[in-house]
Design a protein around this ligand. Structure first.
Ligand code: F6P
Length: 361
């Protein structure tokens, strides 16, 4: 057994769930228990459960089954305690004060937060409040800055790619345009990767505003060239060139009044401009569902086990990221409130264009 600066560690999962969360928890707990004799407290339902004092003790016997289990066995919410300034009517405590209260009450020496951008921003703020915090990067959206990998992304891309690859047959049978909407409000990584992997003709991303006429032109060209069907992948946060000119408030208002999803809107636009029969499939939460792929399990295990070493050294206030094929810890606040977007000079975008994929720009 090696020396450790911490004995009792709280773990919480926050934000949208992602395949690999349980694998990372299992990696962290196995390494923490085996190498450092640490104890783990599972905080239920993200920061919301922390505020309410909901926790369980994580026992060694529960760990093996977690490696392949999807979702998060601890539960998750999108609670943002620093945005919630109200004091509880019974305790008189704010959300952040309650968290500090339970951190003390449960005698935690440290807290590990498995989350995306928002959750790690909160983790950074809690660390400024004096808690010993380490963040781990989970998101199917792959949009956390300074890390080349976040667990959950590969599984989501695989699910989306399989679905889009399958849709070719029915598109071909009916000579239709099939639009498939994938997740990604601000960042189009799932759309870019799954679109390339599944032979899409058009990919529309939030980062590359589209012109519906260029999309229609590409589809009609396909048709003329004898390809009787087309596949269009649309990120849920895609926008057209006019929308890209709007300020944040006007854009939000416009989106709130949109009567359908983005994929459905694009399908209508295509049908109107091309006269070709068009259908839309929204993949939605399927992209976050089910077992993590082996790659996500392996990387989540690496993140979890590395986290035990950071905890033992007392190296807090960091998020562990994947850079140059290594796990490194960088300040939590370096990733706060930022989004890793698909760059216009992204090699994958260039490659996609050179194999004939249209981005509607
Ligand atoms: O976790 C990120 C994400 O998957 C986004 O791509 C998606 O827009 C969002 O979560 C949907 O989350 P929910 O419906 O669970 O709030």
């Amino acid at each position: 057994m090696k020396n450790s600066k911490v004995k009792t560690v709280g773990i919480l999962t926050s934000g949208g769930d992602a395949p690999g969360l349980n694998s990372a928890i299992r990696g962290l707990c196995e390494a923490g228990m085996n190498c450092y004799n640490m104890k783990f407290v599972g905080i239920l339902n993200g920061y919301k459960g922390f505020e309410a004092g909901q926790c369980i003790s994580i026992e060694k016997e529960t760990l093996p089954q977690l490696l392949t289990l999807g979702g998060t066995f601890l539960g998750s919410t999108r609670e943002k305690p620093f945005k919630n300034k109200e004091k509880d009517s019974k305790t008189g405590l704010s959300a952040v004060d309650s968290i500090k209260k339970y951190y003390k009450k449960w005698k935690l020496d440290a807290l590990v937060v498995l989350g995306g951008n928002g959750s790690n921003t909160t983790a950074g703020l809690l660390s400024q409040e004096g808690l010993n915090v380490i963040g781990l990067p989970k998101t199917i959206d792959n949009d956390i800055v300074h890390t080349n990998y976040s667990f959950g992304f590969q599984t989501a891309v695989s699910i989306a790619s399989d679905a889009i690859s399958m849709i070719h047959t029915t598109a071909s049978s009916h000579s239709r345009v099939m639009v498939v909407e994938v997740m990604g409000h601000k960042a189009g990584w799932i759309g870019l990767h799954s679109g390339i992997a599944s032979g899409a003709d058009v990919i529309l991303l939030p980062e590359i505003p589209y012109d519906k006429k260029s999309v229609a032109k590409k589809i009609l060209e396909n048709h003329k060239a004898g390809k009787k069907y087309s596949i269009v992948v649309v990120s849920e946060g895609a926008m057209n060139k006019e929308e890209a000119q709007l300020d944040k408030k006007a854009f939000k208002k416009e989106r709130a009044s949109m009567p359908c999803s983005m994929g459905e809107r694009v399908a209508k636009e295509i049908e109107e401009l091309t006269g070709l029969e068009t259908r839309c499939t929204v993949l939605g939460h399927l992209q976050r569902a089910g077992e993590p792929l082996p790659y996500d399990r392996v990387m989540a295990t690496l993140f979890g086990a590395s986290c035990a070493d950071y905890l033992a050294r007392g190296d807090f206030g960091k998020i562990l990221v994947w850079q140059n094929d290594q796990i490194v810890g960088i300040p939590l606040l370096d990733v706060a409130s930022q989004v890793k977007n698909v760059g216009l000079d992204e090699p994958l975008v260039k490659a996609a264009k050179s194999v004939g994929i249209c981005f509607g720009d």
